[in-house]
Design a protein. Structure first.
Length: 466
């Protein structure tokens, strides 16, 4: 009897607590309604007891097995088929978890600040153009969106707060507008489900989305030891730790980025910072050539800070780093509202980059005209050459504006421009006898009307900045 009592005591004190607390856990972004990247080896991970055997099985006929390490973490790579679904995903360890309504398709990670965060419902008194129809039609779409809560952290976290939601009229008002319009074009063109992971924070600086090692390259030496009461979204490393690191290494096709407004004040550092951030993320997600498409910041009145220098830094990033692309916005800004309502064209222009450069579709232009080189003429003019201007240029019914020209004294005058053949434009001013430099759209809110033949706008540039 005493021996039985001892055994029962041992069971309740030692064994039962282990059984009670033993469970298989997975991050929140592995859940019902999720999208896994098609025709890849999708990284799936979680936690369980040390040494526990784990099996992950997709109802499409693939499985992968492993054991937890000394810290209780496990990870597998599960082969995925062509786009389709819905499927189930079963994770078996000390517990069994079955995820329902799992789709296989194209997955993109979308980040940045308020213009990426801005939903189809808009901000107060700041609507999204075309949102009403997009919301009404949302039930016809097979877009799934995971929106992460805004959580800063001094140390890297291992999970996000958020849920996957399928596209419906009820859910769509809470979807990122830029990401939704991007996903809609992909879905309609490729005929696949699209998964969009939104991890963004309005007003955030690029420094907040980077790790300490990357930031030190740019001379940044002060890093937080606690979450500040004011401005955590602008504090180095805090959003990277809290809102990017937990996702690593989720298997996705590429990144979308809409940010830069909060770095107008240190535009001279932005090319280096932004480039280092892209390189960091690609390394984290184990793809050194992972597509990274971003949005040129739109015209807006920044007062005595000229946002053209930030746009120039963005353009240089695109020209310097392979497999990056910039969606132009010179024609769809709002000089009195930093949140312009035309997110449909932003999403479409991002999608053009992806469809051409990631998915290999042909027959269309995917970038606005990009300045390439210049030459002076004997009759005191400058001839500019461009890429992405096959077939020429247009201003689509507007006067051709936005060009300025200067001599060696740097005194810029408004310039006339004539559209030529072979992707060239001639620029001159009767007030400049010996022109040396041209700039285009190089102010906060310029009237700049240069497009290529498929109505994609040229970004701001200056010839002496290259």
């Amino acid at each position: 009897m005493k021996n039985n009592q001892k055994l029962l005591f041992f069971f309740f004190v030692t064994i039962l607590p282990l059984l009670s607390f033993s469970q298989t856990k997975i991050p929140t972004f592995f859940s019902d309604h999720m999208v896994l990247q098609q025709q890849d080896e999708a990284a799936i991970w979680g936690w369980d007891d040390t040494g526990e055997s784990i099996t992950v099985e997709g109802s499409w006929g693939e499985k992968a097995s492993t054991r937890t390490d000394d810290s209780g973490k496990w990870q597998v790579k599960l082969p995925t088929p062509k786009a389709g679904g819905p499927y189930t995903l079963t994770i078996s360890g000390s517990d069994k978890i079955t995820l329902q309504d799992v789709m296989i398709g194209e997955v993109w990670i979308c980040s940045g600040q308020s213009n990426m965060q801005m939903t189809l419902s808009g901000y107060p008194n700041q609507p999204i153009y075309g949102a009403a129809d997009a919301i009404l039609d949302a039930a016809q779409s097979d877009i799934r969106m995971y929106t992460a809560s805004r959580i800063p952290s001094v140390e890297p976290l291992d999970d996000l707060e958020g849920t996957w939601e399928y596209s419906s009229t009820a859910n769509a008002p809470g979807f990122s507008a830029t990401a939704f319009f991007f996903g809609r074009i992909l879905e309609q063109t490729l005929n696949v489900p699209v998964g969009l992971i939104i991890t963004s924070w309005g007003g955030s600086k690029v420094e907040a989305w980077m790790d300490e090692a990357s930031l030190r390259k740019s001379g940044i030496q002060d890093f937080p030891t606690a979450i500040p009461e004011q401005g955590p979204h602008q504090t180095p490393t805090l959003l990277y730790n809290g809102m990017i690191k937990p996702l690593v290494p989720f298997t996705a096709r590429g990144f979308l980025w809409y940010q830069g407004e909060s770095n107008v004040g240190n535009a001279n550092q932005y090319t280096q910072l932004f480039s280092d951030m892209i390189t960091l993320w690609r390394k984290d997600f184990r793809n050194d050539n992972m597509p990274f498409y971003f949005v040129e910041i739109a015209p807006y009145n920044y007062g005595n800070r000229n946002s053209a220098f930030l746009r120039e830094a963005q353009l240089k990033t695109m020209l310097n780093l392979p497999n990056t692309g910039m969606a132009g916005t010179m024609d769809i800004g709002n000089c009195t509202n930093i949140h312009p309502g035309n997110k449909k064209d932003v999403g479409r222009r991002l999608a053009l980059w992806a469809l051409s450069q990631t998915y290999g579709l042909e027959g269309f232009l995917y970038s606005g005209p990009i300045y390439k080189s210049m030459e002076t003429t004997d009759d005191h003019k400058i001839i500019l050459s461009f890429d992405h201007a096959q077939g020429g240029f247009a201003s689509f019914g507007q006067p051709l504006k936005g060009f300025e020209i200067a001599g060696e004294d740097g005194d810029f005058k408004n310039a006339q421009a004539a559209l030529g053949r072979d992707s060239k434009i001639t620029v001159w001013s009767d007030e400049v006898a010996n022109p040396q430099v041209v700039r285009y759209g190089f102010s906060n809110c310029p009237k700049a009307t240069l497009y290529n033949m498929q109505q994609l706008p040229a970004p701001s540039f200056r010839t002496d900045g290259f």
